[in-house]
Design a binder for this molecule. Structure first.
Ligand code: NAD
Length: 299
């Protein structure tokens, strides 16, 4: 049976590991947080004492960490880099959203040691991770993509091969920059409508069926009370942190600088989310940008 090491059991990694365990895989899980380990154990994962302990006998290692620094630290630069203990011929699937340069350089170090490493960032949020309907955007060789596909299909519904190493991260940065722009625009329009006497639910229904329809309106409405399961209706808890969106917009700005691609809308979105963070909302879901437009401070 395929043994999977799963490292990083947060909002996204926790449910992804649980889905692999439910599908019958032997999942050896590790996180720095004891709460995350306890939750993974309750979902049928075997808890490992360390990342090394989880990874050393694994056929596939999946990482779901905050940023490039943690990914490089885990596989290449740490006290015991995992590339020193992972079996030759094993495959690392890094689903964290990180910069494409780190993804390419870590893959190159792995290749020197006979270990595969692909970037496979995801889209679809915590709901998609729980439901096993994520979109995976893979950068790596065709052979590595085909090797990973059966596992990705357990955790996701749409599996794309974007291109060679790093291409998954570039595509992900394009997508999240667009998401940030759409969320800011959706908050802006809803706020203007409500200030002019409209019911936010009625206005949302109208725009969903009109040319302004978009993902934020369809599944992630930022106005409290409009959509029962959206973070907006749960005090903007859980979901996708403002801090992580700002990180992703920083990755998009780096790509735009390296390629001289103009991103005025992305830059404006980054400025808005950064101002929102400066008011103390970095740890709230990114749809809390709604409160920035409403002028609510320091929640
Ligand atoms: P999170 O902060 O909830 O989880 C990250 C987990 O990694 C934490 O449990 C933390 O303890 C653990 N961790 C950090 N360093 C570690 C290490 N060295 N060893 C072991 N564990 C370590 O973040 P998340 O929301 O699960 O996001 C993870 C990644 O997925 C990020 O790159 C994010 O940008 C991306 N992402 C998130 C969403 C979302 O909706 N939350 C959607 C798509 C992509």
């Amino acid at each position: 049976m395929t043994t999977i090491a799963f490292i990083g059991l947060g909002n996204m990694g926790g449910p992804m590991a649980a889905n692999l365990s439910s599908a019958g895989f032997n999942v050896r899980a590790f996180d720095l947080s004891q709460d995350a380990l306890d939750a993974a154990e309750s979902h049928g994962c075997e808890v490992a004492a360390s990342a090394v302990d989880a990874a050393k006998e694994a056929d596939v290692i999946i990482s779901m960490l905050p940023a490039g620094q943690q990914v490089r630290g885990l596989f290449v630069d740490g006290e015991t880099p995992l590339f020193e203990v992972i079996k030759k011929g094993a495959l690392v699937i890094d689903s964290s959203t990180i910069d494409a340069d780190t993804a390419r350089s870590v893959a190159a170090v792995g290749a020197e040691k006979g270990i595969g490493f692909i970037d496979a960032p995801v889209s679809g949020g915590v709901g998609g991770a729980q439901a096993g309907t994520l979109t995976f955007i893979v950068g790596g060789s065709v052979e590595q993509f085909e090797q990973a596909r059966p596992l990705l299909e357990v955790m996701g519904k749409n599996i794309f091969h974007a291109g060679d190493h790093g291409a998954g991260q570039v595509a992900k940065a394009c997508n999240n920059m667009l998401l940030a722009i759409l969320m800011a625009g959706t908050c802006e329009a809803l706020n203007m409508g409500v200030k002019n006497g409209l019911d936010p639910a009625v206005l949302s229904d109208i725009m969903k069926q009109s040319s302004g329809g978009n993902w934020a309106l369809n599944v992630y409405n930022p106005y409290p009370g409009v959509m029962e399961n959206a973070p907006a209706s749960k005090g903007y808890q859980g979901g996708f942190l403002t801090d992580l969106m700002i990180k992703d917009l920083g990755l998009a700005m780096d790509i735009s600088q390296q390629s001289a691609a103009a991103v005025p809308m992305g830059s404006a979105a980054r400025a808005l989310f950064t101002l929102h963070k400066a008011e103390g909302h970095g740890r709230l879901d990114f749809s809390s940008l709604m409160t920035f437009y409403q002028g609510k401070k320091g929640q």
